[in-house]
Ligand binder design. Structure first.
Ligand code: SAM
Ligand code: SF4
Ligand code: SF4
Length: 367
């Protein structure tokens, strides 16, 4: 028996290699899944590490000093990621989001952005390339990211109150540094910055109105996200979820709101604008208003596993194909088959039975 110690994180996510189609009818070009949903977005987790320990995502009791993160050798390289993205774009993907873990912790991530920003869609239009960050390193990196070709960014911020925010990030990270990061991103020319706030009842629901007030009139769009039962470590309970209708009521009582249409098919945030013209907010009701019917996202984990749903328990090992000498056509065919066979709709069938199922952690699969 081998005496190699399998790192925890690797052992937990062993998944089958997809059957590689050598058949001439392997799907190419735009594809739809079993529910008629087309493949439009790709989310890439570029690292499973993070410098925060948000209680709803990487609770410090589990992600502690003994937690084994993925070794460098198992991460997809920038060359591999560029190759994968080109194949996805040929399948109709128009939007790519880098996430994690904390994507700005990935060394030289701006070099990856430079490579991806050069990729064009088949219609000649540029790829919509963006990233989600906790903002902690943004003040330092915004300029380099923008020069590399990043045009947009989403910054997570769960409270404007220092005590509440530090309680949620659990590493005493100050609000002011995230706000500095947002300001730096704006100066660097990253347009329409979105602010993600996960709302947890009894923890930061009193921050809904202060957050709306703070960002009203700034051009930045706060998106209030229902706390989800992702992974298996955040102790999710339905009672902790603040339904997005309630969020809209709280804000709408002080600042009247009106609905705005979606930007594109499959957009998950429901858009609302202030009637006085001072900007827009969004609500993401993944728990109380599931949007599986329009879910057009594939997710690629840090070590190259493909997931067709955020709540999946297993992924398909694309890295094995990338490192196994397969041609672009073969890998493209495998991606097509994985999407065509997809029938996921976890949020539509969520129940007390599904909540305890083994699921991939958000920091691994990418939020
Ligand atoms: N570290 C980066 C950040 O926090 O922005 C990117 C990765 S994080 C996993 C991506 C997004 O997922 C963040 O906006 C975060 O707030 C959200 N998120 C994490 N766990 C969540 C949960 N259990 N329910 C809802 N959203 C969650
Ligand atoms: Fe880190 Fe983002 Fe998860 Fe918070 S939400 S622990 S910042 S990966
Ligand atoms: Fe998409 Fe799965 Fe979320 Fe439904 S539960 S919206 S299929 S990621």
């Amino acid at each position: 028996m081998s005496d190699r110690i399998i790192p925890l994180a690797e052992a937990r996510y062993v998944a089958p290699v997809p059957q590689v189609p050598r058949h001439p009818t392997a799907p190419s070009g735009r594809i739809t899944d079993m529910r008629g949903r087309r493949l439009h977005d790709l989310r890439i987790s570029v690292t499973d590490r993070c410098n925060f320990r948000c209680t709803y995502c990487m609770p410090s009791a589990i992600f502690d000093k003994d937690y084994v993160f993925l070794p460098q050798s198992s991460l997809l390289t920038f060359e591999e990621l560029e190759r994968v993205v080109r194949l996805f774009v040929a399948h109709g993907v128009e939007k790519v989001r880098l996430t994690g873990g904390e994507p700005l912790l990935r060394r030289h991530v701006e070099r990856l952005i430079e490579r991806l920003a050069r990729i064009e869609r088949p219609d000649g239009k540029p790829l919509d390339l963006t990233l989600t960050t906790n903002g902690s390193l943004l003040a330092r990196k915004a300029e380099a990211l923008a020069s590399a070709g990043l045009r947009r960014a989403t910054v997570s911020l769960d409270a404007i109150d220092e005590r509440v925010f530090q309680q949620m990030n659990d590493v005493d990270f100050p609000v002011s540094d995230v706000l500095d990061g947002i300001a730096a991103a704006e100066r660097a020319g990253l347009a329409s910055i979105k602010i993600n706030m996960v709302v947890k009842r009894g923890v930061n629901d009193a921050e809904i109105l202060p957050m709306a007030r703070h960002f009203r009139g700034t051009g930045h769009i706060v998106r209030f996200i229902e706390f989800m039962d992702v992974g298996a470590s955040n102790g999710w309970r339905m009672d902790d979820v603040v339904p997005c209708r309630e969020v809209l009521d709280i804000i709408g009582r002080e600042f009247p709101l009106e609905a705005v249409g979606a930007n594109y098919e499959g957009e998950v945030a429901e858009r609302w604008r202030y009637r006085d013209g001072r900007g827009e907010i969004g609500v993401i009701g993944s728990v109380t208003q599931p949007f599986c019917a329009g879910c057009t996202r594939m997710r690629l984990s840090t070590e190259g596993k493909l997931f067709t749903c955020l709540f999946a328990s297993d992924g398909r090992d694309l890295r094995a194909l990338l490192r196994g000498g397969y041609s672009d056509a073969e890998i493209s065919g495998a991606i097509g088959l994985i999407w065509q066979r997809r029938g996921d709709r976890y949020s539509e069938i969520r129940s007390s039975q599904t909540v305890g199922l083994r699921k991939i952690e958000m920091s691994y699969i990418g939020g």
